[in-house]
Design a protein around this ligand. Structure first.
Ligand code: URA
Length: 322
């Protein structure tokens, strides 16, 4: 949706011309993200446009944001999924490399050379959390294991209602062992805060679980190769099976295309609900894309609202025992 002149003027008035810019956290608590602002609740006031309310919700979330500037250590209270270097752990049982034909349906093509493949752990689909963490930490299923500082397993509540799936660790994530800690991650934190979610410790309703398609950093942040995605895929699927989230939000082309096994662009896939292994999936743009294309933040807000609606429905059904 394009902003109208009136909306732009209102946003300017509110000091939130751009969505989710970083501001230092204030001392005061914010109200609920979706509560219409007082000026829109007064008799005779114009009904608020969804995006205006959205901008306000986001502004409130920013004011309440706990994130730290780039390069800072993780937010206190978070428990980064740090893992020992692979050499320190015994290798899990190994299988032959996955056949290329069985990978992410060949849909994630980067045009880059073929990946080096090694054996991947077997029995991933029945592993519990500790075994899964060990298997990821010791994984040598592709050449990315040679260049990583450490694997990036994922972080968050193991029974989270929301699961966020990104692409792959970048430099900061490779250093810190936690997903989404660079600039894109900081934006993600603000986006989550706008819908009252967090990666920091909270109950399963508010604390999300964040994981990537790839658990190791591709060198020089190049695109993941299809074979790498295929080798790593069982880990993500097992994480989804263990978390059993109400909703998965897939962010960015690689997460979206590899989860949904499609080559359709995000623009064609967003705005509806998909399903992977029985879990509803909503797709949206990657925070790194939004850093380059801030004008599309409104689209992502719409996607998050859709995900929230779906999650509420799933939760309602669950509490009715359906
Ligand atoms: N981008 C991702 O998709 N994941 C990360 O962990 C960091 C950046």
């Amino acid at each position: 949706m394009r902003w109208t002149e009136r909306q732009l003027a209102m946003l300017k008035e509110m000091g939130v011309a751009a969505f989710w810019p970083h501001r230092p956290p204030p001392a005061t608590a914010a109200s609920a993200p979706d509560a219409p602002p007082a000026e829109f609740r007064q008799a005779g006031a114009q009904p608020a446009e969804a995006h205006v309310l959205a901008a306000e919700a986001i502004a409130r979330a920013e004011r309440n944001s706990r994130f730290e500037p780039a390069g800072a250590s993780p937010t206190p209270g978070e428990s980064p999924a740090r893992v020992a270097p692979p050499a320190a752990r015994p290798p899990a049982r190994l299988a032959k490399p996955a056949p290329i034909a069985a990978n992410a349906s060949g849909t994630v093509s980067s045009g880059a050379p073929e990946a080096q493949l090694g054996p991947r752990p077997v029995g991933v689909e029945t592993m519990e959390w500790p075994a899964l963490r060990e298997a990821v930490a010791g994984c040598q299923a592709c050449g990315l294991s040679q260049g990583r500082r450490q694997t990036v397993f994922g972080t968050g509540h193991e029974q989270a209602r929301w699961m966020i799936v990104g692409e792959a660790p970048g430099e900061q994530e490779d250093r810190q062992g936690e997903p989404f800690v660079g600039r894109a991650g900081q934006l993600l934190d603000r986006m989550l805060a706008a819908i009252d979610l967090t990666r920091s410790e909270a109950g399963p309703d508010r604390q999300v679980f964040i994981a990537n398609v790839l658990k190791c950093r591709p060198p020089a942040n190049r695109n993941p190769l299809p074979q790498e995605v295929a080798q790593c895929e069982p880990f993500l699927l097992r994480q989804m099976a263990l978390v059993k989230p109400d909703i998965v939000v897939a962010m960015g082309r690689f997460a979206v295309q590899s989860l949904l096994k499609t080559s359709e662009p995000i623009g064609k896939l967003r705005g509806r609900v998909h399903e992977v292994a029985g879990v509803p999936v909503v797709v949206t743009y990657h925070p790194a894309y939004l850093l380059r294309n801030p004008a599309d933040k409104g689209l992502v807000w719409d996607d998050l609202c859709l995900a929230r609606e779906v999650q509420a429905q799933v939760q309602a059904r669950r509490s009715q025992g359906a």
